[in-house]
Each structure stands twice: as C-alpha cells, then as structure tokens.
Design a protein around this ligand. Structure first.
Ligand code: ADP
Ligand code: MG
Length: 712
C-alpha cells in the first residue's frame, strides 16, 4: 500500500516519528531539490523570490515530477485548490488518466494543467464582477505555496494552491488581493530599507502566526439541535448553573478524549507540513486553542484553512463536532483568531524587532511608527477587515475587544516614542539616550510588553497581534488590508526619505510628526471598560459597532485611492467585495432567523403547550378532588404568559424575515437583518430560555447548555 494511503490514526503514540512524518505529504523544497533537474529547481527559487512567472517548458518538467511523486503516494487525482469569496476553500478534482488509442490509459499531467485551471465555478459570489452567462472563472497556480497531497477517506488527491479570477483578470477570491498586497508591501518596505542604508535585502515578506480557537461538542448533541447543525451557534439555551466563572477550564488538564483528538489532529497537520505547535484549553468549558509556528502570510493563510478543515474532519471521526463560530454559546467566551503579524527581510531581519545596533533601532522605530500611523489613519478599514455576522456576536462582549481600534505598545515603548514628540535627545526609561543612528534602544524585555489581553492590536515584543479576527474567518482579509495600509504609509515616508540628504534628521522629524499626529490610537489601559469607550470618543477614534456600519469603509474615497494606488483592488473589485460581505451578513442572519423560527414553532412551542395542558389538567383534577390548586394555577399562569411571549416573538420574527426578503440590494437587506431580524430573535430567545427554566426537563426538546458544555 502507498504510504500516503495511511490515515493519521495509525501513528498514535509514536512521537519519534514526528520528524519523519512532518511534511511527508508536501512537495516541498527538499523534495523538489531531490526530484527536479537543478536548473528547473533554480528557476522555481528565482520565481519565488522575484515573484516572476514560470515558463511553459519548466512548468512541464515540474508537473511531471509532481505527478510521479503524487502517484507514488497513491494519488489518482489533482485539484486546483482556491479560496472563493465564501471564505471557505473550493476544490475541483480531475484524474490524471488519459485514455490511449489501444483502449488502455496512461497517467498524465501537463505544465498547462498545473499552471491554470478552468473550474467555471460560476455559482460562487462575484459581487456582480461576472455574469454567469460568461461563465469562465480561472484558477492560477500560486507557486509561492507548495503543492500537497490530501487524503479524504480513500480519495487521495494532489492539491495545487491557486488564485481564482475572472476571464478579465478581476479577483474573485481571498488570495489574489493578499498576494498583490505582499507585492505592494515588499516594494515600499524595500524603498525604506534602501533609504536607511540597507543595500542587501532583496525582499520583504510579511509573517503570520494565527492562533485558532474552537469548541468541541459531542456530535449527538449537535445532531439534536437544528441551530448548531445549520448555523454553528446556539440560538436558544438558558444559562447553565455553572459556566466559566471558576476559571477551572482555562489551561486546565486536557480531557482524555480531547487529548486523543488533539493527537490525531497534530499528526494530520504535521503530515501536511502545518507546524501545529501550541495547544491548550481555553476560557469557556469545551473551548480549545491550537497555534502553529508562524510562516509567510500566504502560506500561513493556506495552513489556517487546512487547520480549520482538519479540525472539523478529525472531530467528526472522533464523535465530536468542531464549532468554529465566533459565538456558539451566549454568556460564554466566543472564539477568535489572534493574528500575529510582522515583516521580515529575505535575510531574516524582523523589522519589528527592537534592534541591538543603532542602525537596527532606526529601522525598527521607523517601521513601528509606520504601523502606528497606518492603523490610526485607516482604523476604519482594519475594523472592516474583521466583519461578519458571527464576529458581531463576539466583539464588544466580555472576552473580546470592543469595535474601537487602538494599539497597545506597553509602558516602556510608549514612553520612548512619546518623547520623540519633544525633541531628539530622547531618554529611555533606564536613563540612556536615544539619538537615531547614534545610540541604541535598550533591549525591551518581552514580558514587559505582553501584558494587555484586552487590546485589539497589541505590540508583543517583535510583532503585532491583531485580536479582533473571527475564529471562522480567512486570515486573507485582515492581512491584505494590514499589508496595504502599511504599504501606503511606508510609501509616504519613502517619498520623504528619498528627497533628503540627512536621513537621521528626516527620521527624527518623521517620528516626531507621527507621534504627534497618530498617538491618539495608542492606549495601554483596559479596553473592556466603559470609560475607554467614552475616552475613545473624545479622542475621535471611530467606534463602528457592527458589520453593516463597518463595511461602509470599503468604499470611501480614501480606501478606493489606497487600494487602486497599490494595485491591490480596483474600485470595481472593492465594490464587489463590499456587496458580497453585505449579502453574506444578510444571508447568514436570515438563515439564523429561519432556523430560530422553525425550532420555536416545531419544538419549543409544542413542548410548552404540552406542559401547560398537563398542568391545566392537574388544576382541574385537584379542584375536583376538593383541594386548593393554587401552586399549580400559578405555574400555569406563568407558563401561559411565557407562551404568549413566545408567540409574539414568532410573529415578530416572521414579519422581520418577510420584510427583509422583500428588499432589493444587499446593503438594504443587511441593514434590515440587523435592525429587525436580530432584535426579533432576541425577543424570541428570551421567552424560550425562560420557558426552559419552567417546564419539565423530560419535555424539553433540546440538549441544554450544561449537557453540551460539560459532557464529553
Ligand atoms: P500568546 O498566546 O502569548 O499570544 P502563542 O505562543 O500562543 O502566544 O502564539 C504566538 C503566535 O505568534 C505563534 O503562532 C507564533 O509562531 C507567532 N509569532 C511569533 N513570532 C512571530 C513573528 N515574528 N511574526 C508572526 N508571528 C509570530
Ligand atoms: Mg495570543
């Protein structure tokens, strides 16, 4: 049997095998070096480092080597793997077989098939960028990400990471703008590096480590609840007597069944070359986290998609369902994805690492301040990059930052940068002097800078951690926006540097100006408290509370100018994206509304009616027997009142759904979903959750919060 046909399950308890299995399903550099002619291998390296194309002859040789490798591992099919605007991944499989004239078949795979696919895929959202009658959508191999093999049951397929665009070249996916934004950032960052005297770096890459939170719930419970099955979150459910208040789950010992799940998950991921590293229990009962070692942002984005997919796949095998929704359970922490982001040169210099030499310090401070300015100037866009109906349920809750973007720098670094405003003889906390290009910054101890878990955008020693990203989101959106806004500020600074003869003086002036203009975005305090919301307002920081509000940011003149200038998205592509996001928000909310309605009418109302009629019969029976039915009568009254509330909720939700469906235009539907469907769902839920606490447990038709969260 081909090695690739093994399931990860068979490797349990064999940690010594980890180094052997790591990346075994990836056509990585090591495999390529071994299997490709030297000149072909070098051409690929060159294309990767220059961002250039691979010529057809080279592609043919590569394709052939890949095919042989894949077939040896049991693959019969290949597939262009892409990330349409649904936020999920998409795959269309083709077999390698090619029939011969004599009635047999050979296995073939050409360079053309490697480089380009025509999946059509006309039903994916395009925001009007392509009419379905002109059907063609193209996928193009992203040669910066290695080809890999995925095993789904007995199906073994060679996956080709690809971008997805229309016939006329417009981006129809999440990956294309990310790749374009990498180019933009690379170009502008190199200009800055050159201006600051670095002559050797050839490329600047962005790095990403995304910590992924998720819930595990036993599959039987999920199958008994239409809401979890269809929407990934509970639309009903009274608060359990015990939740997360004891902090006994957070970093607690990992339950054996979950530990076995994690073990299998890690092995599957390692075989795919995903460097799963950290795992632990999270705050809410039933909530966990997995984090990889960081890599370049486009590889990390693909790997995060694979991680989400593998989480779900392994969970199903183990009798769990993995919930990636941002807020599966009301009243408990939701799930996010911490987006650890930095910039690094091809020589390995992390541009957000405080330096040891004066020159490195200057570079660090200029890049740090560029990020500060970008985040302040484009905070609305950054906020828009994390929209979604699910994330709206989480942001502003008790576990997540509010919708106000601010930066945590830590006390020491804040003091340092604030002093730039007042002149060049900047003193450090330890009393040393900072003069750019002359002396050095004190080394910043890491533990000093990573102590604020409430900040949406925190400096954590050598990177920024953007904590507002939703757990189910693709990391492509926040990072293409982050790359683009930083590229724009770097461009602005590079223009200035390139005109000057005195680089150090210019750097001083730039830092001084940035701190003066943009320090309002720096906030080291508690982001969760009321006082900050007021203070943020007085500082003039936007508070875009929900997705519908935040999505407006995509089409401001400022945004269109930015994305067009850096060739990340055209105005048409931006408009399409905004339209798709509005529609997705509306659609998600409508499905939730319909699901809530269905459950209320077919499960909750009948259970409540059954209970009330039983109590009513007892009232009559007790009266007939000559006793006082007082307690029964009171219970009946209470339940009947709640049933009436429930019916009112059903009516209101029905109306809200009808009203929303009648509207034309994605933005109008999204606004209506927010303003009518969500409030009606809340009213309905409140009645249902009260009923849950009043009626016979045996009659209650849904698994309860306590069962779902605590039974494994
Ligand atoms: P914490 O829980 O304290 O935030 P973790 O160790 O769980 O820390 O996660 C930190 C994440 O940041 C990891 O994925 C790690 O690889 C990533 N990371 C570390 N350095 C960088 C960097 N320079 N660029 C991007 N990500 C980084
Ligand atoms: Mg973190």
């Amino acid at each position: 049997m081909a090695r690739g046909a093994n399931s990860g399950k068979e490797f349990n308890d064999q940690s010594e095998q980890v180094t052997n299995i790591f990346g075994e399903n990836v056509f990585n550099l090591a495999v390529m070096r071994e299997r490709l002619p030297k000149n072909v291998f070098n051409k690929l390296l060159q294309a990767n480092s220059e961002g250039s194309h691979i010529d057809p002859a080279t592609a043919d040789i590569m394709a052939n080597a890949m095919k042989d490798w894949a077939i040896e591992r049991g693959a019969t099919h290949y597939c262009h793997w892409f990330q349409p605007m649904t936020g999920m991944t998409a795959e269309k499989h083709d077999s390698f077989i090619s029939p011969t004239a004599d009635g047999r078949t050979i296995m073939e795979f050409s360079g053309r098939e490697l480089i380009q696919g025509e999946p059509d895929a006309s039903s994916f959202p395009s925001g009007g960028l392509r009419a379905t009658f002109e059907a063609r959508g193209y996928t193009a191999w992203d040669c910066t990400n290695p080809v890999f093999i995925k095993e789904d049951g007995k199906n073994i397929t060679m996956f080709i990471p690809s971008a997805f665009c229309s016939y006329t070249g417009e981006a129809l996916d999440k990956k294309t703008p990310l790749l374009r934004s990498n180019e933009a950032l690379n170009k502008q960052a190199l200009r800055i590096l050159r201006a600051l005297g670095n002559t050797t770096a050839q490329r600047v890459l962005t790095t990403l480590g995304s910590e992924q939170e998720y819930f595990l719930v036993d599959r039987d419970f999920v199958e008994a609840r239409l809401d979890l099955l269809l929407t990934g979150r509970t639309l009903f459910g009274a608060a359990p007597p015990k939740g997360q208040e004891m902090s006994d789950h957070y970093f607690g010992h990992i339950h054996e069944r979950v530990a076995s799940f994690m073990n299998e998950l890690n092995i599957e991921l390692w075989r795919l070359g995903v460097s799963a590293k950290t795992q632990h229990n999270e705050v809410a009962p039933g909530q966990y986290e997995i984090a990889p070692v960081f890599s370049t942002v486009n590889v990390a984005t693909d790997h995060n998609q694979l991680t989400m997919e593998t989480l779900q796949k392994v969970a199903t095998r183990r009798g769990f369902v993995c919930l990636l929704h941002e807020k599966p359970f009301a009243g408990l922490n939701g799930s996010g994805k911490h987006n650890n982001w930095s910039m690094v040169t091809d020589e390995g210099l992390n541009l957000l690492n405080p330096g040891k030499t004066p020159k490195e310090n200057e570079i660090f401070l200029v890049f740090l301040c560029a990020v500060i300015r970008a985040v302040d100037k484009y905070s609305d866009l950054l906020r828009a990059s994390v929209t979604g109906a699910g994330n709206d349920q989480r942001l502003g809750g008790h576990e997540a930052p509010p919708a106000i973007i601010s930066i945590f720098l830590g006390q020491q670094l804040t003091e340092i940068v604030e002093q730039f405003e007042f002149g060049s003889d900047t003193k450090t906390r330890e009393g040393g002097q900072i003069q750019l290009g002359v002396s050095t910054l004190p080394p910043l101890p890491k533990d000093l800078t990573d102590r604020n878990r409430t900040s949406p955008f925190a400096f954590t020693g050598n990177r920024f951690e953007f904590r507002m990203v939703g757990s189910s989101a693709s990391t492509a959106d926040p990072n293409f926006i982050l790359n683009s806004i930083v590229a724009e500020v770097l461009a602005e600074l590079a223009d200035e540097f390139e005109k000057t003869n005195d680089v150090n003086k210019t750097a001083q002036n730039i830092l001084k100006r940035i701190i003066h203009e943009n320090k309002k975005v720096i906030f080291n305090g508690d982001n969760y408290c009321e006082a900050w919301i007021k203070e943020a307002a007085s500082r003039g920081l936007p508070n875009l509370k929900d997705s519908v509000e935040a999505l407006q940011a995509f089409m401001t003149d400022k945004a269109v100018e930015l994305f067009e200038k850096h060739k990340v998205l055209s105005k048409g592509e931006l408009a399409a994206r905004q339209d798709i996001f509005f529609e997705h928000y509306a659609q998600t909310t409508v499905i939730e509304g319909q699901t809530a309605l269905r459950m209320a009418k077919r499960q909750i109302l009948p259970a409540a009616m059954e209970f009330s009629s039983r109590v009513a019969m007892s009232v009559t029976a007790i009266k007939e027997a000559g006793a006082d039915p007082g307690t029964h009568a009171k219970a009946l009254e209470k339940v009947c009142a709640l049933i009436s509330d429930l019916q009112n909720g059903i009516d209101a939700l029905t109306q809200a759904l009808e009203a929303t469906a009648s509207l034309e235009g994605s933005k109008k539907r999204a606004s209506s979903a927010r303003d009518t469907i969500l409030p009606a769902m809340a009213t309905l839920r409140s009645a249902a959750d009260s009923l849950e606490l009043e009626i016979d447990a045996d009659l209650w038709p849904l698994p309860t919060y306590a069962e779902m969260l605590f039974m494994r």
